[in-house]
Write a protein that binds this ligand. Structure first.
Ligand code: NAD
Ligand code: ZN
Ligand code: ZN
Length: 355
């Protein structure tokens, strides 16, 4: 008999998700089946549902790429690790199904431990069905191993917002004591502040909402600027003489236009946010002030385990609002209008005890 599950899926771009029944997927040889206990809602899900980006997903699809749960079935090709007898994964293991759902393993990026740049990668909740569902299948080689000390709800935001900002900050090549601006204090930004502080950086936060800036201060930002009240470029230059690094997580083209302006000479501006469109960049400014502008897409599996380890050690904790699968359309609408503080995590299947 076919087993059915509850899921929230997209049948038309820009329209509310359908909440209904789908078949529980079966893991192929190299995959595992995960019973999803929790899944964070990322602004990327909004872009996916609205069809914002070039290369839209094929309809219908199930979004969600911060899904965490226990392995309940294992494909027959998922063998013990050679020479050890240790299984790669066992039933009962807690894993996450990330945005980097799968990479090819053979291209120049995969071979140099930059699998997040693999041109053949598939993305969870976008080109592969994601975790706004009670069950999800994923390749055993790419699921995130959730360390002890993190439950499903608290791990959710780390496997996208966490790893993305952790790698983004590393990409700015800053050293302890340097000034670092986090622009956009949403799901990504509020974790970015904590990773930056954990890495010894001095943090200034920029957002357009005072409540987000209050959260930034509570999480360790020493300075904060409301971009609606002041020009953050002027404010950052006048207060600290420009930042060594800037991370843009804001879903706003205006924030990108301000990114390099907030840097000091030789600084690096890393782009995490993905609003559709483009932004102006002064050739003279970039060349004359020796600036670097760098794009950054989620992270590698190594970044993932480092980002999770910092969370499990209590250095980084997502601020979470719990919701249920049936709330998804309301949560997406609140993200569109900047009304979510921290991250909303959907509680889906009831937690199972560890094996
Ligand atoms: P979010 O909605 O939780 O947060 C966005 C924040 O930006 C909000 O706090 C909002 O108030 C703030 N903001 C809006 N306009 C601003 C402005 N002009 N200046 C400063 N702040 C402003 O979104 P999120 O889940 O944190 O995602 C942010 C973006 O990052 C999205 O575009 C998402 O697709 C993208 N993303 C990229 C990657 C990657 O790998 N590069 C990974 C995950 C998410
Ligand atoms: Zn995401
Ligand atoms: Zn590859």
């Amino acid at each position: 008999m076919t087993k059915m599950m509850q899921a929230a899926f997209v049948t038309e771009f820009g329209k509310p998700l359908t909440i209904g029944e789908l078949r529980v997927p079966e893991p192929s040889d190299m995959q595992v089946l995960i019973r999803i206990e929790a899944c964070g809602v990322c602004h990327t899900d909004v872009h996916a549902v609205d069809g914002d980006w070039p290369g839209r997903p094929t309809l219908p699809f199930t979004p969600g790429h911060e899904g965490i749960g226990r392995v309940v079935a294992i494909g027959k090709g998922v063998k013990p690790i050679l020479g050890t007898g240790v299984r790669q994964l066992r039933e009962g293991d807690m894993v996450g199904v990330p945005w980097l759902f799968e990479a090819c393993g053979f291209c120049e990026y995969c071979l140099t431990s930059r699998e997040n740049m693999c041109p053949s990668a598939r993305y969870g909740g976008y080109s592969a069905n994601g975790s706004f569902a009670e069950y999800c299948v994923a390749p055993a080689a790419y699921v995130a191993r959730i360390p002890d000390g993190l439950d499903a709800v608290s791990a959710g935001p780390i496997i996208c917002a966490g790893v993305t900002t952790y790698r983004g900050i590393k990409g700015a090549d800053c050293k302890p004591g340097d000034w670092f601006v986090v622009s956009g204090v949403g799901g990504l930004g509020h974790l970015a502040i904590q990773y930056a502080v954990a890495m010894g950086l001095r943090v200034a936060a920029v957002d357009v909402a005072d409540d987000k800036l209050a959260l930034a201060t509570a999480l360790g930002a020493t300075l904060s600027f409301n971009a609606r009240a002041v020009d953050p470029v002027v404010a950052v230059q006048e207060t600290i003489g420009g930042a060594h690094g800037v991370l843009i997580t804001a879903v706003s083209k205006a924030a990108f236009a301000q990114g390099t302006g907030m840097l000091r000479r030789g600084g690096t501006c890393v782009l995490n946010g993905l609003p559709p469109g483009d932004f102006p960049l002064s050739i003279f400014d970039v060349a004359f002030r020796c600036l670097t502008v760098r794009g950054s897409l989620v992270g590698t599996r190594a970044d993932m385990s480092e980002a999770l380890a910092l969370a499990a050690a209590g250095k980084v904790t997502a601020q979470i609002e719990r919701a249920s699968l049936g709330d998804i359309n309301n949560v997406l609408e609140r993200l569109r209008t900047g009304k979510v503080s921290g991250r909303v995590v959907l509680e889906i299947a009831k937690p199972l005890p560890a094996n």
